[in-house]
Design a protein around this ligand. Structure first.
Ligand SMILES: *[C@@H]1O[C@H](CO)[C@@H](O)[C@H](O)[C@H]1NC(C)=O
Ligand SMILES: *[C@@H]1O[C@H](CO)[C@@H](O)[C@H](O)[C@H]1NC(C)=O
Ligand SMILES: *[C@@H]1O[C@H](CO)[C@@H](O)[C@H](O)[C@H]1NC(C)=O
Ligand SMILES: *[C@@H]1O[C@H](CO)[C@@H](O)[C@H](O)[C@H]1NC(C)=O
Length: 279
């Protein structure tokens, strides 16, 4: 009797044990499948990051390329499908090759506004790169499911998000001397678009240069906050700003590709003066 009870009890305990384990197991399996969806072979994405760059900064920062002539205006870098908390997906269909004929009718616009700034590479190389890396992933939604639609959308957003004008209207204009606060750049975009952008800087010879501004669109191609994309965040004046720029320093929005000699002349004068004073 006692033995039997003992047996039944241990059986129940054991079954419970197995049951609990199986729950944990399925949770683990579930968790694992969550993880596997973040692998590179998964092409899911949440929003489109629309990246524009400032050609002057790009040309100042290059050491291995020479720059084409360009107009002093923000141009498209890319339209990048992005999964929250990660970079990419990228290169979603290696058999879908860029075909120049598909964008013949918008080639002028692309040349001027989605420019390959590298003077030492072929005209199409930049678009080949953007298409294979990002376009083939964006093509998973109907409004962007062809090369023509993808590049036209980038050009359309370039017209809808005129950064040169948006910054200019906030008094932020290219200059080799005046520097700007990151929060002012943030508000210049935020107040016009009503969404949170991301602000990118590069550091060239000790100066912090404004390089890129990103705004985000959802799969209905509506503007949305870029919150959720991978970016350093800084709280500035109580506002969370997504930026890789160092908010402790102001930002140069450079006017000329070569830092002007005038500054050097002034430095020279200053150093001569100092030398003279210390003699
Ligand atoms: C990849 O691109 C090719 C060429 O456009 C197309 O036929 C094919 O259906 C695409 N594959 C996927 C998985 O989308
Ligand atoms: C380039 O973009 C500007 C500003 O949106 C536009 O006015 C211009 O027509 C575009 N260039 C071409 C060749 O379409
Ligand atoms: C600069 O803009 C003008 C007027 O929109 C255009 O005709 C010219 O082709 C542009 N130059 C470059 C290098 O994009
Ligand atoms: C943007 O809006 C904020 C808050 O409403 C305001 O303080 C700021 O002056 C505005 N800045 C620009 C550049 O429009």
């Amino acid at each position: 009797m006692n033995k039997n009870l003992c047996f039944v009890l241990s059986l129940i305990l054991c079954l419970e044990c197995v049951y609990v384990e199986s729950i944990q197991h399925t949770q683990i399996i579930h968790f694992k499948s969550d993880l596997s969806t973040t692998r590179n072979d998964d092409h899911h994405w949440d929003l489109l990051l629309f990246a524009q760059h400032w050609p002057v900064t790009l040309c100042r920062s290059w050491t291995t390329h020479t720059c084409k002539k360009f107009n002093e205006t923000w141009i498209v870098h890319g339209v990048w499908p992005t999964k929250f908390g990660s970079i990419g997906p990228e290169k979603c269909n290696s058999s879908w090759l860029f075909d120049p004929d598909q964008v013949k009718t918008i080639e002028q616009d692309l040349e001027e506004n989605w420019t390959n700034l590298e003077s030492d590479t072929s005209l199409y190389s930049f678009w080949i790169h953007e298409w294979s890396k990002h376009g083939t992933c964006a093509a998973s939604i109907e409004p962007l499911n062809s090369e023509f639609k993808y590049f036209s959308q980038g050009l359309d957003w370039h017209k809808k998000i005129p950064l040169t004008m948006m910054l200019g209207e906030a008094g932020i204009v290219p200059s080799d001397e005046k520097q700007y606060k990151i929060i002012d750049i943030y508000y210049a975009i935020k107040n016009k678009t009503k969404v949170n952008p991301t602000i990118q800087c590069v550091h060239v010879k000790g100066a912090q240069l404004l390089s890129e501004l990103h705004v985000c669109f959802n799969k209905n191609l509506e503007l949305v906050d870029c919150d959720g994309v991978v970016s350093p965040k800084h709280v500035i004046d109580g506002v969370t700003v997504m930026t890789n720029c160092n908010p402790a320093h102001d930002v140069l929005y450079p006017y000329s590709v070569e830092p002007p000699a005038r500054v050097l002349v002034q430095l020279y004068k200053l150093s001569s003066l100092l030398q003279w004073l210390t003699l």
